[in-house]
Write a protein that binds this ligand. Structure first.
Ligand code: 5AD
Ligand code: SF4
Length: 483
């Protein structure tokens, strides 16, 4: 783990030419960009501010921590307010409404930029990997200064440097794919006591609705040594909970020279002294072997929560989605896990409105929800992504999708309410994350099963794992008392 202050800026400032290899090359550009920023600050007579806005998943949240680390190392003051001197939108394109939200907010940024000519705007992440988006930005959003993708995020300092050198034109750098993983860049964590960590990048599954394999490229895993070393550093720095991140974490290790399974990686992470909690996101049902279930069952540290995407309960739709399993296989797996680890919360993702989905297919989805009794579920309306196989299949009319969606959502909510209640009256450890958003006298903690509990206590408890009595279930969260 590298912090901004670990980089010997004076050494890199004195260098005449950029080193060829990374991360040293990026340290050089951090130093050089720092000089540019200092000069700007002198002209303006104030500090330059930067803001990173994250859209989408945990992977993006983690990428934003990397962007913030680099911005801090360069010398920006980072803030949450988008009225800043440099704003970076780290985007998601998994569904069209994610794209639309970004376009809407870019309009607002343009307003800020008109008032602050020193302002610069960057767009990165999954949306930027799509050539149609880039064309649209070039045509209609010319006030954007920098566009880069998911494969070259490690080059942010270098790109930022060129952006400030290259005033007035849009700098675009998008790579189709990459097998490069650059370690040891600075990271600014959102929380001191927990963080996500990439164990692998990309996806090889090609579910027919999904744009991720096209924008995140092919699967590549980090070595277990790099992962364990990074987690050990975080633990030394106060982290107690780690989330292992990947598009499908149980495919981990397949492309490593020395093959390592996800179950083996979990065991190695479990052995790290001082680490208290392990989470992971997201496993793929077809690859969920007995080895992983067994490790979870016997672990002291792996949280009692499994997010196991269902997508659809219909075998016909699952086949069209290319998920590689049937309704019965999913049910067998989920019910086996329920039996093996009864105090585990199982959550899921469901897509409603996939091409050719009929009410009979929805009945199958409802049937799986009733049988597995998901502790929570994200329900999405199918969104057509261009270039994916499903975009060429016969689409379901919007009004039918919306009727089916309401049906699924209401069962999911009913089940989740019932399931959440099952912990009432118990005392469970909670990791205290923050002061409650709505009531300052309360703290918000996360239980191992991922449910939130709010209880009265002082701020000094933030970052600690404390026992909490789960007094009253309020639907999807608890009110409790610290014991
Ligand atoms: N439309 C709707 N939902 C989608 N997801 C992925 N692609 C699409 C799409 N085209 C959902 C899946 C996945 C989650 C991250 O997003 O449910 O698990
Ligand atoms: Fe998309 Fe399927 Fe890969 Fe998940 S596993 S990212 S849904 S292609």
């Amino acid at each position: 783990m590298i912090k901004a202050e670990d980089i010997d800026i004076t050494y890199y400032k004195a260098m005449k030419e950029a080193p060829e290899t990374d991360p040293e090359r990026q340290y050089y550009f951090i130093a050089k960009a720092g000089e540019l920023i200092e000069a700007r600050e002198e002209e303006l007579g104030r500090k330059l501010t930067a803001c990173v806005v994250t859209f989408g998943c945990q992977m993006n949240a983690r990428d934003s921590e990397k962007l913030l680390g680099i911005l801090r190392a360069i010398g920006f003051e980072t803030q949450d307010d988008e009225n800043a001197d440099f704003v970076i939108y780290n985007t998601c394109t998994v569904r069209d409404n994610a794209d639309q939200r970004v376009y809407g907010r870019l309009g607002v940024l343009n307003g800020f930029k008109r008032k602050n000519p020193a302002m610069r705007i960057a767009l990165c992440g999954c949306m930027a990997q799509d050539s149609v988006t880039v064309e649209k930005l070039r045509q209609s959003y010319r006030f954007v200064d920098l566009v880069f993708g998911t494969h070259n995020i490690y080059k942010f300092a270098e790109l930022l440097y060129h952006m400030y050198q290259n005033e007035g034109s849009m700098l675009v750098d998008i790579w189709k794919d990459s097998d490069k993983i650059v370690e040891l860049l600075p990271v600014q964590r959102k929380y001191d006591f927990k963080t996500g960590i990439n164990i692998m990048f990309g996806c090889n599954k090609f579910c027919t609705y999904c744009i991720v394999p096209y924008v995140r490229g092919r699967e590549k895993s980090r070595t277990p040594e790099d992962i364990v070393a990074e987690i050990k550093d975080y633990v030394k720095d106060g982290v107690v909970e780690i989330m292992l991140l990947g598009q499908n974490v149980n495919s981990y290790g397949k492309n490593l020279p020395e093959k390592t399974s996800f179950a083996e990686l979990l065991k190695r992470v479990e052995d790290i002294d001082g680490l208290e909690r392990i989470r992971f996101m997201t496993p793929y049902p077809r690859d969920m072997g007995d080895d992983v279930i067994s490790v979870m069952k016997h672990s002291e540290k792996i949280c009692k929560h499994l997010h196991l995407p269902l997508q659809s309960g219909s075998s016909k739709i699952l086949k069209m989605m290319n998920r590689g399993h049937t309704k019965e296989e999913y049910l067998d797996l989920a019910l086996k896990i329920r039996e093996e680890i009864p105090d585990l919360a199982i959550t899921t993702d469901i897509i409603v409105g996939f091409p050719e989905e009929t009410h009979e297919d929805i009945e199958d989805t409802l049937d799986v929800i009733r049988k597995v009794k998901f502790d929570n579920a994200f329900t999405f309306q199918y969104s057509m992504r261009h270039g994916t196989p499903a975009s060429k299949m016969p689409q379901v009319p919007k009004d039918i999708v919306s009727k089916h969606f309401d049906e699924v959502l209401s069962l999911v909510q009913e089940t989740a309410r019932e399931q959440s209640k099952r912990w009432e009256g118990q005392i469970m450890p909670a990791l205290v994350e923050e002061v409650n958003e709505h009531d300052e006298s309360l703290l918000t903690g996360r239980l191992s099963n991922n449910i939130l509990v709010h209880f009265p206590a002082g701020k000094e408890m933030i970052g600690k794992i404390v026992p909490v009595y789960l007094k009253e279930c309020k639907g999807f969260y608890y009110l409790g008392e610290m014991q």
